[in-house]
Design a protein around this ligand. Structure first.
Ligand code: PDD
Length: 285
């Protein structure tokens, strides 16, 4: 079951106008909210990031947070899986094709869910593969925009190289990956690039930093040079669906010893504990 503009319906009955600016220009923003045991994880943070994305492209938020929570709850209840990815998209709406943002449109609001499948135990044991590619996307990667052509091209280049992810470098510094944030471990210290307009402020990135702080694991938030990425002992990618996934092969070469390193294994375990703790806490309005 999906939600479109005020109504719940089966996905094959959903229809939007071909003049929707989301279709014509990619003029919209989105969120992907992980749901464990039918409870959304970090919903308030996802809704705050949604507000920032909407503000950045001047779309008025069509719903209050309470209304969003209600819609997300109904989508979760209307779908069969215990663990879900709830996808939420807002476009500027329908208008005659003209680049500048028209005023006064009614935004198109869409929610759907899919099964959330986190990395298997086997993948966590072996780690995943990645390639390094130049970050040729635009300079507002902080906006969670549905205009994802750059990300799609980069992920396709990774897939064609039999890799799970493309780790991106701009002017000699690591930014993020095609659909995840990146952490590296260098000389025993975890390094994370600071938030800027060049990366998406990941919700999982924030959780990982909370874990690093909470467990006093040595870490620094600072620019990461390409050379540090290439000589790192450990590399992890983080996202709502991949959680904390070790990268053990980079450009065909082993990362560290070529298997998941101790810091990442520990942070992944702490992430699972963190999730379990939050999901056990009483639900709040
Ligand atoms: N992607 N960077 C990019 C470019 C992303 O697309 C994502 C998430 C992240 C991680 O953000 P978070 O921790 O909030 O999931 C970083 C989602 C899952 C997607 O587009 O499907």
């Amino acid at each position: 079951m999906i939600y479109l503009n005020g109504e719940f319906m089966p996905i094959d009955q959903a229809k939007i106008s071909v003049l929707d600016r989301g279709f014509i220009f990619g003029d919209g923003v989105y969120e992907v909210i992980p749901v464990y045991s039918r409870r959304p994880f970090r919903l308030a943070e996802h809704l705050a990031r949604l507000q920032s994305s909407l503000d950045a492209i001047s779309i008025a938020n069509p719903n209050t947070n309470a209304k969003w929570a209600e819609l997300v709850g109904k989508i979760i209840a209307g779908n069969p899986w215990e663990d879900q990815n709830v996808y939420l998209q807002i476009t500027r709406g329908v208008a005659k094709r003209d680049h500048a943002f028209p005023k006064g449109l009614t935004p198109t609001v869409y929610l759907m869910a899919s099964e959330l499948v986190t990395p298997s135990a086997e993948l966590m044991r072996t780690g995943a593969t990645a390639i390094v590619l130049p970050d040729f996307r635009w300079l507002r990667c902080d906006i969670k925009s549905t205009s994802l052509l750059g990300n799609c091209m980069l992920r396709t280049l990774a897939a064609e190289a039999d890799c799970a992810e493309a780790i991106l470098v701009r002017e000699g510094e690591m930014t993020e990956a095609s659909a995840s944030n990146v952490f590296v471990v260098k000389n025993g210290t975890v390094l994370a690039p600071p938030k800027s307009q060049l990366i998406l402020p990941g919700i999982t990135y924030d959780v990982v930093l909370e874990i690093l702080r909470g467990d006093a694991i040595p870490h620094e938030v600072r620019p990461v040079r390409e050379a540090e990425l290439r000589s790192a002992e450990e590399i992890w990618v983080t996202s709502s669906s991949r959680e904390v996934l070790p990268i053990t092969t980079l450009d065909g070469k082993p990362v560290g010893k070529g298997k998941p390193g101790p810091v990442g294994v520990k942070v992944h375990a702490l992430y699972q504990q963190f999730k379990a703790r939050v999901m056990r806490a009483p639900a709040h309005a």
